[in-house]
Design a protein around this ligand. Sequence first.
Ligand code: SF4
Length: 290
Amino acid sequence: METANGPVPDPELLSLPARHLLDLSKYSASLNGIPLTPVVTSRGCPGACSFCSSSSFFGRRWRSRSPESVLAELDEVYNRYGFRAVAFVDDNFSLSPERVIAIADGIRARSYDLQWWNFSRVDNIVGNPQMVQAMAQAGSKTVFLGIESADDESLKTLGKENQGEATAKAVKLLQENGIEVFGSYILGHLNETAKDVERTIQMAVDLNTNIAQFSILTPYPGTPLYRELKERIFLKRWKFYDALHLVFRHPRINRHLLQFLLIKAYLRFYRRSKKAKDDFRDYGKTQDSA
Ligand code: SF4
């Protein structure tokens, strides 16, 4: 893959981020109340999810740093900067289970008291229980999963076919290992009716992840979804591309109804138990400090 300035760089060959040039006190994101710093261990994602802009930025070829390189950065953030929490912000941190296990083993070998979260895919999690165990033993606290929809047809058009039954297994496996799950759902796929959206909301309630995030399907420029919906887009002001607004003419759901369903999703998910409210409040505190 080429960029306007030449071939994309191999992330293994890049120097470590120059955190010393930043006023780190101005960056106050936290995990469980512990200040965190982001760490990028790979770029690109071979997934072909139609709504996702990742491959427009970083390409579909996954390029990863070696465990040694990642651990060298962790040594620096832990010992030089004193961080006790990190966010692995790669689009697909766990694509290579062997690499994740090697990183986790390295954290344990150093006896670091480090907490971390990362993005992952359902199929990577459910197919690799050994990796999940290693992650938990090395301080993994939260995993973000793109669960997306209860509707098989929607998953197929989004590029996440075969995910349906695996989702519950992935959530269970993570939670059994003491790792919290941040589930992300997209409401209003093209084929969906209001009833289908209600099924996704019910699925979120049944899965009982620690956090649920609901978004309205949004066609971001550069994505296959944008190309597909271009003629239907009626809102072009970027401030509405926040996944809280419907910006295209949906063939089956009225715009106001979908916005109502979005609010309903949050109310149904977080009002069902004291624990759900507490999780929401704790997550909100993390966001406030971010
Ligand atoms: S949504 Fe996730 S898995 Fe799908 S293409 Fe984007 S980064 Fe890859």
